[in-house]
Design a protein. Sequence first.
Length: 372
Amino acid sequence: MIQLCNLKTFRLVHSIFSCTFASKTNRVLVGDPKPSHFSLQSQLLCRHVTSEISANQHNFTVTYLINSCGLSPEGSISASKLVKLQSAERADSVLEFLRNYGASQTQISKLIRSRPTLLSTDPEKTLLPKLEFFSSLEISKVDLLKTLAFNPHLLAVSLRNRILPTYNFLRSMLSEKNVGVVFKHNSWIFLEGHCKHVVPNIGLLRESGMPQPCISFLLTRGTRVLMVNPEKFGQLVSEVKEMGFNLEKSTSVNALRALCGQNKLEEPTVYDCLGEETYANNGSFSEQDGMVVRNDCQIFCGPGSQFGEETYPKCSVAKVLLLKGFINENMNLGSLVRPAEKQFLEIFVNRYLGEVPELLSVYQGKVDIQDV
């Protein structure tokens, strides 16, 4: 806390400086070689007091960030470069607001560590309108707080100029529920906005013949793919075409997501490996479906994929189990294909042989998926 004596000293210096040094100002400004001794003392004293006040203010900010916000000493020093607290009153009101809303101490620490300037805001005017808007996206308060802790910058951007325009764009193509899915899993679009990358990338897909349902599916489940630089995205679309995928089919959406997954943009799920269209067919394969499924598997588990060619049999088993309803579509594909062979056979093949006798033959490549 800034000491009262320092404030009094500063007022005294300011008075002296105003009344006495001001009369000498002209000589100092024009470079008088003999400025008064008193005026120099006034300047030095003023600088000293100002520096001391600044130091005290900095120390108070660091101490507050440690004791009230749960930041580490290193994190507090770093955060104090972005915010200078005059008193605890405003900062306390922000913390109390977040606690009352349901944020845990860990979540509050993450928020303040990333956006320390939140402590200087008026929570009722700045934070409440955004939280009310985000709460309207058909997501639970638990998921909302998790998303904000992961991406605190959402509380700093303009609701009117950035968040609402992006929401309106998403809502023009997606249901309210799916906009909530985008917010929960790909909230960065509300920071970056949709104009720079997403709009031109969707335009390219439309020009290439992709129907709106497929575009909406990609926007919901693979938002980050559409946020790729348009030049890079054009290369991905060309690569998908060269691999023989028809952009009018939803399997091309999975191909785009898979290629981006290789670049660590996102890791696919078992659902991605199967493909929306085939899954929606309730496990009924035609010969053409089987070819598409095998192509899908080739993206995730074939030569040059992020998992490796040797995992292709595991991917085939995953497809069968998913179609039969034995595994969840949201299971991370990596957690399924990475176990050693013995462990994989134990968990995903042997235990289901009673229900799917051909499963081992699928794994060994002796039986095609469409024949199961």
